[in-house]
Design a protein. Structure first.
Lengths: 266, 242
């Protein structure tokens, strides 16, 4: 669905992003993580041709959808009029649009103005318009930043169902490890403009953490890595004896991300 | 190419902009009535006044109203979102222009009705009315292209609106609608000639607008069209961004 070869993006003299090779297959959901300014959004923008770049980016479809972190629509008309105008349709006569509106529980917001709805509802409205086009390839750029926990969870839950049903290829840039845990098939980590890891979260966990890990006090920096199943019991016993709060994991994305950033393999 | 819903959207967009409504619809009749009350019994002066403010309608609608609306859309990324969605820049320009022209013609009719009925002046002949309508459409097209290009290049509301407002008042002063400035030989240059009110003295001469002024407008329109084609282009037809 998307193939990148020898991608180089520079802002002035500064090299912002280098991607030697990257292939994303149809139906895959890719979570992209990295620090602010690491090159995540540059990756999305270069795939969309919004920034000049050297190299080759091949999209095997023209049907591309993009959902950005921030939205802006006309403030002086209702959401219904905006949707109808931009989608060139009538909600009353469009079954597909009505289904999407109901899927995202947006019907009650149609008569409101865009500026008067919450951040979560704004994202839903944008998603409805993006998904209405049934894009084969969808870019989500920090779409849940600024949303409260409940809105974020509800949105992710709805998207999970939708993507599964429609086999959409998704590239999702986010700061939230939980979103990747819930949605992504593969994790792509960018640091300082370089892709430092790209694989299924489970594989990355095995490479950088091991068999499992115990996270102590809900702090991923404080963890005990376990390489063999039989070691787990003794580690757990020790933590219980010490009176520590802990949880065991075999796929915590935040831990994977932290260990990949450290660059030390298990 | 022209889509009904998008056209309705652009009409509603303009309707929601108070600056467009005030300067596009209220400014010309308001000012003309105020100035006209001093020349109540001088039909020739009233006629001149009527035509002068008639010609400011597209200027006010585009340079004051549309420039504020469109530059904010560009600055906030709405234009790009719509463009990547498939509502291309060329299509946006076309729908916005048609909506704007509709507003200019409607405002011209309302203005004419208010002014002519208030001062009991006769309606212009049908052939003059057609010429006046063509003049309004061509003027709107020229002003629209200038603001569209300016916004595409500068992208910031503050810069676009600053330049458009300075230009607006400069044109009003140069054309003699505001103050009594003699532009001298400057008035002979093609772009300046377009804005000065000489043509209003020639409205009885059916060849003047369709001939000389019409030609000026068409030449300018052609030049702007070529620049617009280069600057605006037409890309990203199938991407949907929100």
């Amino acid at each position: 669905m998307l193939e990148i070869k020898g991608l180089n993006v520079s802002y002035g003299k500064k090299l912002a992003l280098t991607v030697p090779n990257l292939t994303i297959n149809k139906g895959e959901i890719i979570g992209v993580m990295g620090q602010s300014g690491s090159g995540k959004s540059t990756l999305v923008n270069s795939c969309l041709g919004l920034v000049p770049f050297k190299g080759q980016v091949t999209l095997n479809t023209d049907d591309v959808g993009i959902l950005m972190q921030e939205q802006y629509y006309i403030d002086t008309m209702t959401n219904q009029k905006i949707m109808e105008g931009l989608l060139n349709t009538s909600i009353k006569k469009d079954k597909k649009l009505v289904e999407l509106i109901d899927f995202f529980n947006f019907r009650s917001q149609l008569s409101h103005h865009f500026k008067n709805i919450s951040g979560g509802q704004k994202q839903r409205m944008s998603l409805i318009m993006v998904l209405y086009q049934e894009p084969e390839l969808l870019f989500l750029d920090e779409m849940t930043t600024g949303l409260d926990f409940e809105s974020r969870q509800a949105l992710i839950k709805q998207l999970k169902v939708y993507f599964k049903e429609h086999q959409t290829t998704v590239i999702m840039v986010t700061h939230y490890a939980k979103e990747i845990e819930q949605l992504a098939d593969k994790l792509l980590i960018i640091d300082n403009g370089q892709v430092i890891a790209f694989d299924a979260p489970k594989n990355l966990f095995k490479q950088y953490v091991g068999y499992s890990a115990f996270i102590v006090g809900n702090n991923v920096d404080k963890n005990i890595k376990v390489q063999q199943p039989e070691e787990e019991y003794s580690v757990a016993r020790q933590l219980i004896d010490d009176g520590d709060d802990f949880r065991r994991t075999q796929g915590d994305i935040e831990l994977v991300y932290t260990e990949v950033m450290k660059g030390q393999r298990a | 190419m022209i889509q009904k819903r998008k056209l309705v959207f652009e009409f509603q967009n303009l309707l929601g902009n108070m600056i467009t409504l005030f300067f596009g619809f209220a400014f010309a009749p308001m000012m003309a009535l105020v100035f006209g009350s001093s020349y109540d019994n001088v039909p020739q002066a009233l006629n001149q006044l009527y035509l002068s403010f008639f010609s400011t309608i597209p200027l006010s609608m585009v340079f004051v109203g549309f420039s504020s609306l469109f530059s904010q859309e560009v600055e906030h990324g709405f234009t790009l979102r719509a463009e990547l969605f498939g509502y291309s820049r060329v299509s946006q320009a076309l729908h916005k222009f048609i909506a704007l022209t509709g507003f200019v013609l409607l405002s011209s009719i309302i203005y004419s009705w208010i002014f002519l009925s208030h001062f009991n002046l006769p309606l212009p002949s049908p052939s003059i009315m057609v010429q006046m309508a063509i003049f309004q459409i061509l003027s709107t097209a020229v002003y629209f292209m200038i603001i569209f290009l300016l916004t595409m290049i500068l992208k910031k509301f503050s810069q676009v609106y600053g330049i458009s407002m300075i230009s607006y008042f400069a044109i009003m002063i140069i054309s003699g609608i505001m103050g009594n400035m003699n532009v001298g030989k400057l008035g002979n240059y093609l772009p300046i000639k377009l804005f000065i009110t000489d043509y209003t003295k020639h409205l009885n001469d059916t060849d003047y607008i369709s001939g000389k002024i019409g030609l000026y407008l068409l030449i300018l329109l052609g030049i702007l069209g070529v620049i617009m084609k280069v600057v605006v282009g037409n890309k990203n037809g199938n991407k949907h961004q929100y």
